[in-house]
Design a protein around this ligand. Sequence first.
Ligand code: ACO
Length: 324
Amino acid sequence: MTYSTIVGTGSYLPPNCVTNTMLAQDMAQRGLETSDEWIVTRTGIHQRHLADPGVTSSELGFLAAEKALADAGIAAADLDLIIVATSTPDFIFPSTACLIQAKLGNKGGAAFDIQAVCSGFVYALATADSFIRAGNARNALVIGTEVFSRILDWNDRATCVLFGDGAGAMVLTASDEPGILASQLNADGSLHTILNTAGRIENGQVTGDPFLRMDGQSVFKKAVTVLDKSARQVCEKAGVQLSDLDWMVPHQANIRIIDFLGRKLGIPSEKVVATVGEHANTSAASVPLAFDVARRDGRIKKGDLVLMQGVGGGFTWGSVLARI
Ligand code: ACO
């Protein structure tokens, strides 16, 4: 039996770190009122990293990928699969995965993007795991990378304070030992309007609304309901109890969603990795960024049982359970 196992992680944040106070001052110049107190109380976010103009998802993703490959001790040339989760690709095509493949100097491996917004990384990880289990890949690079700052309406105070830019990456390799134990992916497309960026290009012009729009309260309610169910489903599939988990690495959208979910699942806050305060919501990059932080600071260790969860536009959600 072949399994996939996580052998390396890496992440990258653009250097420009913008605190809530800096953002509030900037917004005030445009006649928008907000405060550190409002943002921290409602979301737990203290700061976010923003990419400089012109910096793309493939550039951030490449820098995270280099670190993950170095951590894994695997050469880029030995990758036979690259999957990139992003909703802010460099171009309509080619895929961001192909652009990162070229930057890494890999030729011939399969490379493609997955678009499941904030669930994207979990979708990509589950897909890479399926490729490896089926014998269709041996060394896979999975990346979540976003420049969400490009699709924010900086005149909409209800959304522009919530997001940041960044990238995270994982390297998976085929192994006789598990590895990724189970995954669970879901979507409900009838909810596509509660969180979307509904612009498109027609005849060379952007039509529709090119900015992220969100019904925050609907997203909050749906997120906690589906993530609770998904965590229970994936644990049941793997034959483990929620109390067996060493770590939960949830999508980093909002500390109130994370805390509420932890309480519903009975997982103590000491076992929950939360980086939303420092990174804000980096969409598909949020789970691998948080995972990499906790691995590098020594919290997540070899042998730990880790639940990763994503939720976002579509509406999409998913869980991956892994033995590290
Ligand atoms: N600063 C100050 N006031 C603000 C701001 C701001 N940045 N944004 C909105 N407000 C005001 C509103 O205008 C409103 O004022 P009013 O009462 O005079 O009309 C008031 O604050 C309350 O607005 P609500 O939208 O009702 O605020 P709510 O308590 O719902 O908090 C939030 C908003 C934080 C977005 C919340 O709905 C939430 O946590 N939703 C979860 C969604 C989420 O986290 N999404 C992230 C992306 S989705 C994903 O990753 C899955």
